[in-house]
Ligand binder design. Sequence first.
Ligand code: KG4
Ligand code: ZN
Length: 409
Amino acid sequence: MKILAIETSCDETAIAIVEATGDEANAEFAVLGNALLSQIDLHREYGGVYPMLAKREHAKNLVPILEAALEEAELLHEDMQAMREETRDKIAEILSREPGLTEAFLDFVSESERPDIDVIAVTAGPGLEPALWVGVNFARALALAWEKPIVAVNHMEGHIMAALARESSSRSNLEVKDVALPVLALLISGGHTELVVMKSWLEYELVGATRDDAVGEAFDKVARMLSLPYPGGPEISRLAEIARSSVSKVEPYSSNEEGSTLLTPTLPRPMLNDATCDFSFAGLKTAVLYLLKKNPEVTEREKHELAREFEDAVAEVLWKKTERALEATGAETLVIGGGVSANTHIRRIFKHSVATRVDTRCPPVELRIPPAALTTDNAIMIALAGFYRALREEFTHTPVASGRRSLTE
Ligand code: KG4
Ligand code: ZN
């Protein structure tokens, strides 16, 4: 089955073409084409992602990205296509809310051969709703022009499948096989902090979630307090790694007030010892704010130490809650997914903790972490999740974008 997958939930415009074989228990994926355009440089100027700006950029980029993905997959062939007036009108209507896209789209489909693909997969949420709608409407227009079915994909299921996938030996392929259930997924991104269990394939239950900020949001906000550019996660990570690798011992200021100096900052570990698998990151963010208010002049070295302590606090809480969820669910596979799972320190803590975990009450657990290129938003993960939905024949002509689409409702 050849899948063309479209991802526009946030600030990445991405299209991938993936050939999938096998079944739910044993699937292989060959990536035939993969094109991605990040809007990060644009949003960086504004210090965050603006949904309407993201939407406009997706509308501008989708046709060129589609051409690039098809070309890489050797599926782009020039050919004049006759299109019925009625189809043309319908497409114009579907794309009427995406200014500028209609003309580029109609030019493209009337000048190129219908590609040999079987299904179109599109991210329908969660994410930024205006951004999601561009992708969804684009998928609807393509489905109409090419007479192909659509599957609507949950973005978080995409992150889970990317984490379950392993690079296989042959070509540039991925495989999802030998997955021991239940799977526990820690999903950490700009909008999500959730522990979800998959007891049977594609059926999810919520085990824990953040009560306030998502962890990626906390990274981004703390980065802003430290005058670091957007997105803050990678910046904090970079500074924290400098602090960890620094050989010179930090000389603490003399102070009798805990957490009041920036060279030896101590931040709280919110909800670390409560009985739930829930998280809270707002207090951690506020603690950084107070510390900076008390110490308005921050040296570079103090920034590094603060970034390190912040990352230590986040990683400790994430692991502790995940460990509790492993006990509660008896999970045999653990995955971490979402943009924050790119974080070097979190990956290191999880690998080390799983490897050294001794708990005779629980089965041993296999940790799967997504290959680096599949960690942040991309369309390959949408193709993977789309394959399973297509196997179940969950086809639709009218996918609905929803910013709050949940895996567990
Ligand atoms: O999954 P993702 O690409 O988009 C959403 O669906 O939200 O996640 C983006 C988030 C941002 O908050 C970004 O700061 C964070 O992931 N992030 C990181 C790292 N790389 C990206 N956070 C910590 N460390 C990183 N290396
Ligand atoms: Zn994401």
